[in-house]
Each structure stands twice: as structure tokens, then as C-alpha cells.
Design a protein around this ligand. Sequence first.
Ligand code: G1P
Length: 301
Amino acid sequence: MPTVTKAVIPAAGWGTRFLPFSKSVPKEMLPLVDRPAIQYIVEEAVAAGIDDVLAVVSPHKKAIEDHFDRSKELEAVLEAGGKDDELAEIRALADLVELHSVRQGEALGLGHAVGMARRHVGDNAFAVLLGDDMMHPDSPLLRDMIRATETTGRSTIALMRVPKQDISLYGSAAVEPIEGEESLVTVTGLVEKPPADEAPSDLAVIGRYVFTPDIFDHIERTPPGRGGEIQLTDAMASLADDAGVNGIVFETGRYDVGNKTDYVRAVLELALERDDLRDDVLAVVTDIARREGLLSGGDSA
Ligand code: G1P
């Protein structure tokens, strides 16, 4: 049975939903308080047992590689300034994981991006984490998915119920229950971003996948699909027909940080969980709510 120690993070997109920010800064570097989104993603992978991450990047994504690299210059400045806590944090970041990168020269789709990892991943099961989907640090999702693949030998994808009218933003899955299992299901069909009235279900594919290496053959056989792109969902549908794919249905802990409102929610919720920020941020939020007439207690502006 496979063990999963490698992860792939596709990070080559333009992030058009976050323009103009993403014009010159990779959207994966969007700060969630004081850490870029991709740091949370890498930390999630490490917490689930991953020790080797391959980022699939485009030429304008150097900031991502720099973020996880050593910076002797910055370390020297922090050391000279006696900033020991910051120094320890910056060093730990560089030691977090073995980060590799490969360039996706052409933007041919998510399936193509994952296919770029073939040589690095080799004949191993591996995880894929999409940067737009951020999981709360306490979420057991990825760990549960890895365990599922390690015990069943099948690829495992993450599924979440969404309002039916939103399903056209996602891959949609048809599933069947597995006897004796609560959240693990068999995937019987997958469609990328179907119109709501044609979707097989309201179960959306969320950006966490654990694949067996046979996904690569299916990606290579996948013709361009929706939007003229090589869709990962189409390759997964083919894998499901061939070798079987499981899904884990989960409910909580996900932020869609590619969506502006959910991004702001992520920043606020993460800040409220930090001892150094909670009281001040709560005061700001309370003040805004009062000003907006959502709380009694008068206009404090
Ligand atoms: C991608 C996938 C889609 C999946 C989604 C999850 O779409 O193609 O199947 O449901 O991620 O976030 P994107 O959001 O990159 O357009």
C-alpha cells in the first residue's frame, strides 16, 4: 500500500480574480495577517506528513521560491538587531520543507500543471493542494485523505456540499456510499463546472487530492476540455472509471481565498485566533458593526 510524502502545489495561474494585486505579486503570496497563503498550504502539507513539495510555477512566481529559501542577508540583519524571535521564525520557515519547483511554460490547464510533476513524483502516491482553497490549521482533512489512500490503495478527493447554484464554479461529483463508512464515498462520475441543472450532485470538488501515480497516464490521455484546457477533473473521471476513486465528504474548515469576501473572512478569523491580535481586532470589528447599526450601543465613529 502506498505512503504519501510528496505534494504538488500548482501555482502558475495569473489569479485574475485578484487583479490588480496579482499583476506583479503571485496570488499565492496574498497575506493572511502576516503569512502568505502558500505558507499555510505548505504547513498543512507538512502537518499531514509531507516532507517534499513541488510547486508548479510560471516565470513570474519567483517570490514563492524566495519565501521558502534561506535569506542570509535578512538573518544577519535580525541577528545584529537582537530580534531573536523573528530570526527563529525565518530560519524555521526555510527548514519547513524541501521545496522544489518546475515551470509550466504554457498555461494549458490544471490537469497539465499536475502532469508536469510526473518526473518528480515518480511511482509514488502524492497529494495535490490548490492555493485558492485554504484549510484551517486544525482541519484533519488532508491527513484523513492520505490515510484513506494508504489503506484503500485508491486516489481520494475532497468533496463539500455547496448551494446548487454555486456548483457551476466547481468540479461536481456523483457518488455512492461505502458500507460502514461515514464520510468516505465511491466517486462514480465527475463533471467540470457543469450548469447547475446538469450537475450530477451538489458535491463540489475542493482543492485537495491524493493521487495514486496512475493519474499521470490518465492526464496524458485527457484531451482539452472545458475552456480548451486539460482539466484535472476529466483525468479523474477517467481514473474513476478505470481504477476507482474515493471521495471524503467534509463540512468545515475551508476558506476560498480566491474569493474576496472569503479572503477577508479568513484574515479576520485567523487574526481573532491569535493571542497577540485578538483583543484589538475584536475591538475594530465591534466598532464597525456598531457603526453599521448591527449592534446597539450608539455610533462610536
Ligand atoms: C479548480 C478545479 C475544480 C475545483 C476547484 C476547487 O477550479 O478545476 O474542479 O472544483 O479548483 O477550488 P478553479 O477554481 O481553479 O477554476
